[in-house]
Each structure stands twice: as C-alpha cells, then as structure tokens.
Design a protein around this ligand. Sequence first.
Ligand code: UDP
Ligand code: MG
Length: 310
Amino acid sequence: MKKLISIVIPAYNEADNIFVIAESIKRVFSTLNYNYEIILVDDGSADHTLEKISEYAATSDNIFFLEFSKNFGHQLAVKAGMDHAFGDCVISMDCDMQHPPELIPDMLKKWEEGFEVVYTIRADDKNLSKGKRSSSSLFYKMLNWLSDIELEPGAADFRLLDQKVVNVFRNFHENEPFLRGLVKWLGFKQIAIRYNPASRFSGKSKYTFKKMVNLALHGVTSFSIKPLYSAVYLGFILSLASVLYIPYVVYAFVNNVEVSGWASVIMTIVFFGGLQLIILGIIGIYVGKMFMQTKNRPNYIIRSTNIPVR
Ligand code: UDP
Ligand code: MG
C-alpha cells in the first residue's frame, strides 16, 4: 500500500493561483511513489476562489475543500485542514507558489529517515521589499527575546508533520493558534531545511502591516508571560531610584534650597502615566485572552466541504 500524503493549502482570495499550485503538486507527485490528497481551505474569500476549487475538484478524486463561513485567518485555515487530513503525514503550504512544491521530495525523504517534523526556513529573499524583510527580522528578534521558544528567522508555515504530530494538534483548541511556535513547543524529532522563496504567482500579500503586528504581539503573548515580569522589574528599578532621590528632595526642602521645576514635574507625570498605561495594556491583553478562551467557542466554522465522512 502506498502511503498517503495530505497537502493542506489555505486560500484567501487566491482564485488565479488554485490551478497553478494544484497542477505543480500533481507534477511533483507524478515522480514519487506516494498517493496524495490536496485539502484547500477557502478562508472566506470574496473572489472566485471557491468556484475555482470546485471546478478543479470535479476533475479528480483527490482534491478536497473546506469552505469557511467567513475569514478566520491563515493559522486557523491551516489548523482546519490538518484537522481534516487523513494522510500518513501532512504538508502545509501557501497557495501563492512562494513555497516551492519542488521541495516536497526532500521533505518526504527526511520524513522517511524518521523525522516527525520537517520545517522549512526561507533564505533571505532579495526580491522582497526592504520593509518586509526588516519587519520580519524584527519579528523574530522580538519573539525570541520575549518568549521561551527559539524560532529561527525565516521559519515558514511550509512544513511536514507526521500523523502522530497532527493527532496531537487535533486536541489543541487555542482560539488563535500560532502554529510556528506551537510546532516548536511540541518537541518530537524536528529538522529544518532551507529553501529559496519564489515570488508570489498572482495577487498580492494578505499580510498587511497591521496583521503582522498582531501576529507578533500574539506570538509573544501566547507563548510567554515574560512581558508581565517587565512590570515587576520596572517597578523595582523605579522604586529604587525614587528611594535614592527622596532624601535629596527632603534635604532641599529642609534647607530651603529653591525647588523649582514645573516642567520636570509635568514630564515625570506624563512619562509615568504612559508607562502605567502600557503595563496596564499588557495585563489587559492576557486578561482578554483568558476571556476569549473561556467562552470556548468553536475556533472555525465550516460552511461546506466535499470531504466524505471517514
Ligand atoms: N491566507 C489565509 N487567510 C488570511 C490570509 C492569508 O488563508 O486571512 C493564506 C493565503 O491565501 C496564502 C497564505 O495564507 O495561501 C499566506 O498568505 P500571503 O501569501 O498573503 O502571506 P505572505 O506570503 O505575504 O506572508
Ligand atoms: Mg505569500
């Protein structure tokens, strides 16, 4: 019996990419001795993505789709695909050809060698805009500094997971999973391979600056409570400073040395007011997460699918 490989592809307004990616995966597998299935997850697209997928699915029996009831985001789209994948291993990749399907044979080779997680690291892409590159490198620096997991810069959501690992993931019900971090956190036998990203085949990136900032904030706060400690440390440092400063103020008062300084008082108030708000905000983010998670709502909602009940 040939092994079955599931390919999970999230798609958000990718109508012009569906055919291209599916065909190139088909080409790659024509040289391999595996069965494969493609699970395309339509993440609430507003264009003809779903029609293109259904059209393509009608031509072969190994193309499946999940249609979300609205846009739930990239991470949940991948999670949904994995939840419904049936393969001996699952490969997740983007829809826009930036993750080269030609890498699949190498990933499968590593998997056959016994690795349970094969993740990929994107080589620095000279084609990407400077802004995107530096924001991406800042993202990883911040994440590693503030959280307890180490992610390599350029770690991509292009990875192979053994069925064992996918089964573990099925029991995760975080309402905003950060897969890159979670996979690292899980353990198992992991290995990285490098690849040169291609440029987007059609359409433009769905990751706006706002979405990237959110992903970064979210990546940090879902993996560590280090930011909460910052309040404690800052508090200690500032209390110590004020303890040293208070005797001076008392001395100046007693000796009637003129204590001028309207400006410095206002600056201090404004500065510490800001600091307190930031720290309050950090605490707020964690409380907010607890609130959202305690509601226990479904993480994503599927409107339709052609995946048979199995
Ligand atoms: N994507 C998604 N939901 C979203 C945003 C993106 O399913 O809300 C998909 C998108 O269709 C693509 C992948 O996630 O397959 C990566 O998105 P994109 O290429 O826009 O990100 P970038 O490569 O620029 O980081
Ligand atoms: Mg892309």
